[in-house]
Design a protein around this ligand. Structure first.
Ligand code: EPZ
Length: 429
């Protein structure tokens, strides 16, 4: 398994450019199947989840051509089958978006049950509720989710729980259904708005994305399109926190400041300087950081995908901070790893009590999942001494060229390939 070796203590300085949003692109690549013509996607991040998604399309018969950095032309019109290859799908939670898109296009889908529960329970009952509301029969057998519908009729879908994946799958399944679908208690994340904009550029009729009521009038045909994916709000937030943790001075470019509001407000509250421009934010620190409390919530609340990174930063703030993880029931697995670096955190269920120890010392640690791995990188950058991070494939699922981007900011980080390895596991995310 590859490792990151980080020699910490250098303040990050300079400029970094944010890549396309992972949680948007993993929905938009499968959505290309809905089009009756080829599509061109731009600002596609070079991350493992994209490689798997494109590979699934290719294995199903699509033509996938890389036209340039982050630019792909995808012709999925040749896809006739609606079964996603098990071996690929089982590795990536987002493969469940092929359920909604194949159901929406072919009225049937057969996809592996999404991957493991690295963040706690991650059922898909609300996805299946949405498919059933549209007229589909859903069943589970041999680890596969099987969905069939004679026809898809627009319907009212009320989510019992706010779910990003469920909202996205409901949109994908209903965009070509007959009649009007109304999704209530919908998730409002930026990547849901981006998916709606992408589909509308193909001729879909989706209104209200970004609010908790989304209305979709089914259309018969979706044409090809050329579309640039929004910047990744979580990648941006991760670099904002890394700049603060190393007491650096970094301009983070290619962002949408409105998508970062909850992160920006929390950083300012603990004493970080945040300067907002049209499509960039500048982070600097010129005094001590102070404690705060955080509770993760659906957008526009504080994003759960920033919880590990921000909790790491709070270890360097004065005082005792409280972090409540209200989305997932097991998202503190990184705490044991941070303790090896000197953190003083106690976890009780969904609440972490973080003592501001003020510093980290380098140590060998292992990334338990994508955002926890990013948190360990931040801790290593701020630590005195050397930190070795194992299982970095988790991190590379969602962060394009992270070591190059950090090196360009002055970080002492290298990737070391370790000969021989255990079977590569890719966790859900
Ligand atoms: C998406 O996961 C993201 N993944 C996650 O990002 C993100 O943490 C999460 O949304 C919340 O923002 C992708 O977009 C690929 P949910 P998803 O459905 O769709 C429960 C990352 O680091 N729930 O909004 O799986 C669920 O158990 C990853 O980039 C049900 O009970 O999240 C959870 O407690 C990690 N039944 C809560 O809702 C369902 O049918 C929110 O889950 C679906 C979800």
């Amino acid at each position: 398994m590859d490792k990151f070796i980080i020699k910490g203590g250098t303040p990050l300085k300079g400029e970094v450019t944010i890549s396309g949003a992972k949680n948007a692109v993993v929905a938009e690549i499968p959505a290309v199947i809905l089009a009756d013509e080829p599509c061109v996607l731009e600002n596609v991040p070079d991350i493992a989840d994209v490689s798997i998604s494109l590979r699934i399309l290719y294995e199903m018969g699509a033509d996938v051509n890389k036209l340039g950095d982050g630019v792909y032309r995808i012709d999925a019109t040749k896809i006739k089958d609606s079964i996603v290859p098990y071996e690929l799908a089982r590795h990536m939670r987002a493969s469940y978006y092929f359920l909604g898109t194949l159901l929406g296009k072919f009225h049937r889908a057969r996809v592996a049950m999404p991957g493991g529960c690295y963040l706690g329970d991650r059922p898909i009952d609300q996805h299946l509720k949405a498919f059933s509301a549209l007229g589909a029969d859903c069943s589970l057998d041999n680890g596969m989710v099987d969905i069939n519908a004679d026809m898809l009729i627009g319907s009212q879908i009320y989510f019992d729980k706010i779910t990003v994946g469920g909202t996205i799958n409901a949109i994908l399944a209903s965009v070509k259904a007959t009649g009007l679908t109304i999704i209530e208690n919908a998730a409002k994340e930026p990547h849901i708005v981006d998916l709606a904009n992408f589909l509308n550029s193909m001729g879909a009729d989706i209104m209200g994305a970004g609010t908790d009521v989304i209305k979709i009038r089914g259309v018969k045909h979706l044409k090809g399109t050329q579309y640039a994916i929004i910047p990744d709000q979580i990648e941006a937030g991760t670099y904002m926190v890394a700049a603060a943790a190393t007491k650096g001075d970094v301009l983070i470019k290619n962002v949408i400041p409105k998508h970062l509001e909850s992160i920006t407000q929390k950083l300012a509250k603990i004493g970080v300087n945040v300067e907002e421009y049209d499509d960039s934010v500048r982070i600097s620190v010129d005094g001590p950081l102070v404690k705060t409390s955080i509770k993760t919530m659906p957008h526009p609340g504080f994003p759960t995908d920033m919880q590990p990174q921000f909790s790491t930063l709070l270890c360097l703030a004065e005082g005792t901070s409280i972090v409540t993880e209200d989305i997932f029931n097991n998202r503190f697995r990184y705490v044991d790893e941070l303790r090896r670096m000197g953190a003083d955190i106690s976890v009780e269920g969904r609440v972490a009590v973080i003592e501001g120890v003020g510093k980290f010392s380098g140590a060998p640690v292992t990334a338990p999942d994508l955002r926890a791995g990013a948190a360990l990188v931040i801790a290593g950058l701020a630590a005195s001494g050397v930190t070795e991070i194992d299982d970095i494939y988790h991190i590379e699922r969602g962060y394009e060229n992270i070591e190059q981007k950090l090196r360009s900011l002055g970080a002492d980080i290298i990737k070391k390939s370790v000969p021989g390895s255990s079977v590569r596991k890719i966790e859900a995310g």
